[in-house]
Design a protein around this ligand. Structure first.
Ligand SMILES: Nc1nc2c(ncn2[C@@H]2O[C@H](COP(=O)(O)OP(=O)(O)OP(=O)(O)O)[C@@H](O)[C@H]2O)c(=O)[nH]1
Ligand SMILES: [Mg+2]
Length: 321
């Protein structure tokens, strides 16, 4: 299951107590010999490859790191508790839920942030006049928001052929079927070019008119294409049941604009899909008469036109870098 938001409670470990003790082996000459307390463990979030969802954080919402050990006599220091490093998908934004402050955007593999710092171990009487208790570990609610990282976002109406396309050009297994909203979650696919270079595509659920009012799957999934460099806008040119590709094109862009002006400005490559259907050529002719924009005719089923599209896509990504 794909989960892109979660709130968890994190508590870092407390510092161990410093020890107050004396060596009294020489009568009349007590010597302080307490040990320091150990530091409590911190809680750290780190972006890791191969994690694609925040599902684990919906199932398990409490994370507390161990406290440090107390110091003891004979200058024995308490043990330092281990930090707890929680792996999250790259693209996870980490917020302090109470203040709404963005602590860090973990936008690449290896990026990390300490969300709750462990308490410092207390000082012993060996170090200070009087031993001190350890510090308290931080505790807070942390909100995690995942925005997938991909070079290309694939958008379009339900049934336009988005999943068919991503399944043809990558190893992604996006479910394909002749009914709307087959795709319920964003799916990433990696396109590999002949020279070994790769680009990441994101297939998201279809968008329909009124999506901004919550119709269909709504616009929620558009956040997963916010970080992409370009969009592939796939339009269904089979246009059965009296549909008009130009109306589809305009309607989808209007929904995009309502979601975010910035996203609406993102460069698009227009794709005329289902060109293997006999009526499609006629629909494309009409479309081109009314809209003078570059458009790539393809068939995601037969593969016709797909290579030319991929080459264009690759160049356009470079242009946007
Ligand atoms: N003839 C023809 N049919 C296609 C082509 N591409 C997709 N289809 C068919 O169109 C239907 C929908 O394809 P999907 O790839 O599931 O469409 P989608 O855009 O991912 O749809 P949602 O996930 O519901 O938004 C399926 O029956 C596909 O077989 C094409 O190039 N030619
Ligand atoms: Mg789909």
């Amino acid at each position: 299951m794909f989960v892109d938001e979660a709130v968890i409670f994190c508590k870092a470990g407390d510092g161990g107590k410093g020890c107050q003790s004396f060596d009294r082996s020489r009568p009349g000459h007590p010597r302080a010999n307490g040990g320091d307390g150990g530091d409590g463990g911190s809680i750290i979030m780190e972006a890791r490859p191969n994690i694609q969802t925040l599902l684990d954080f919906q199932l398990n919402k409490h994370y507390s790191a161990d406290s440090g050990g107390h110091g003891s006599s004979n200058n024995k220091t308490g043990y330092r508790a281990k930090d707890w490093v929680l792996g999250v998908p790259p693209g996870t934004e980490v917020y302090d839920d109470a203040t709404g402050e963005l602590l860090k955007d973990l936008d690449h593999v290896g990026a990390s942030v300490v969300v709750c710092k462990g308490g410092a171990g207390g000082k012993s009487n060996y170090r200070d006049h009087d031993a001190t208790p350890g510090g308290e570990g931080d505790a807070k609610d942390i909100r995690l928001k995942l925005k997938l990282i991909a070079d290309v976002g694939i958008i379009g109406f339900p049934n336009a052929g988005k999943s068919t396309f991503i399944s043809r050009v990558s190893k992604a297994k996006s479910k394909i079927a002749a009914y709307p909203f087959t795709t319920k979650n964003p799916i990433l696919g990696v396109v590999k070019f002949d020279d070994g270079d790769t680009r990441v595509l994101a297939d998201i659920p279809g968008i329909i008119e009124g999506a901004h009012e919550g119709r269909g799957m709504g616009l929620e999934f558009l956040k997963h294409v916010e970080r992409t460099r370009i969009l592939l806008h796939i339009i269904d040119f089979a246009a059965v049941d009296g549909r008009d590709p130009l109306v589809d094109y305009k309607t989808l862009n209007e929904e995009l604009r309502r979601y975010s002006a910035e996203l609406a400005k993102k460069p698009q490559i227009l794709v005329a899909n289902k060109m293997d259907v006999p009526e499609a050529a006629e629909h494309l002719k009409k479309f081109k008469k009314k809209l003078r924009k570059e458009i790539f005719p393809i068939s995601a089923v037969t593969g016709e036109g797909v290579d030319a599209l991929l080459q264009r896509m690759r160049r356009k990504i470079e242009d946007e870098k």
